[in-house]
Design a protein around this ligand. Sequence first.
Ligand code: ADP
Ligand code: MG
Length: 287
Amino acid sequence: SIPLGYFGGIGGAAKRGILVKGSIFLDILTAVKTVVFDKTGTLTKGVFKVAKIVTQNNFSELELLKIAAQTESHSSHPIAESIREAYGQPIDDADVTNYEEIAGYGIRATVNNQVVLAGNDRLLHRENIDHDTCNVEGTVVHLAVEGRYAGYILIADEIKDDAVKAIQDLKAVGVEHTVMLTGDNGIVAKSIAEQLGVDSYKAELLPEGKVEAIEALLSRSGNSKVAFVGDGINDTPVIARADIGMAMGGLGSDAAIETADVVIMTDAPSKVAEAIQVAKKTRQIVV
Ligand code: ADP
Ligand code: MG
């Protein structure tokens, strides 16, 4: 039989917007010493704004933005949403064919009968497209049309209001190590990691690189537990692999919410420390 205190714990967490999917996860939460966060949509709002458009090879800014919005027309990634929002006009589906989303890289599609790539340095590198690597702070979406570099769109995300508190509160509940993993570039990652005070970070990771990073942390964790917190865009496999997988309920994908052991309904990263605190209190009552 399940001790009554566990129902109190699960109920108490639920009242705070934290859905814990079973009493076993309350036990595991009490032993968490490492908390690993995805960046985009988890520590940052995941709501990008276009900050700058830099064109090459005779494209106008509006042309570049339009081609980018068309190429991104079927993606639910926050990057894609920001580009469509900046363009602000309806996109005719008939103009976009052979659409392919490459997780951790970007998009390839045929737009107005031309092959277009929209994505990061890694994508252009893979496709052998010559371009300048730009050392700017922000997420860069490069565009190439029919094998020719067309320029880039610089987009910026904001740190969530409670992200600094989220990291501080984890220290207060006994978490020893905070980590940020991201597929975004190293310049953005370093800046955000420093602003938040996370202990370490890894950037430019492919989705499988995030799984490898979690596995390395799990293998070194001994008796303590490792939690991963993500928004579910490209990180459902990591949510599944961690000792405790946590998903943002508002932004998160259905698959992530299904896979997660704990769902944070309010999308606030400070709820991670609150979940650990509730779990520790519950344990004092039960034991
Ligand atoms: P994060 O780890 O920050 O949550 P993702 O793993 O979702 O990011 O994506 C990693 C990187 O892959 C992005 O920073 C971006 O460079 C590129 N990328 C992913 N999806 C897209 C897209 N739809 N359009 C352009 N670039 C994308
Ligand atoms: Mg993400």
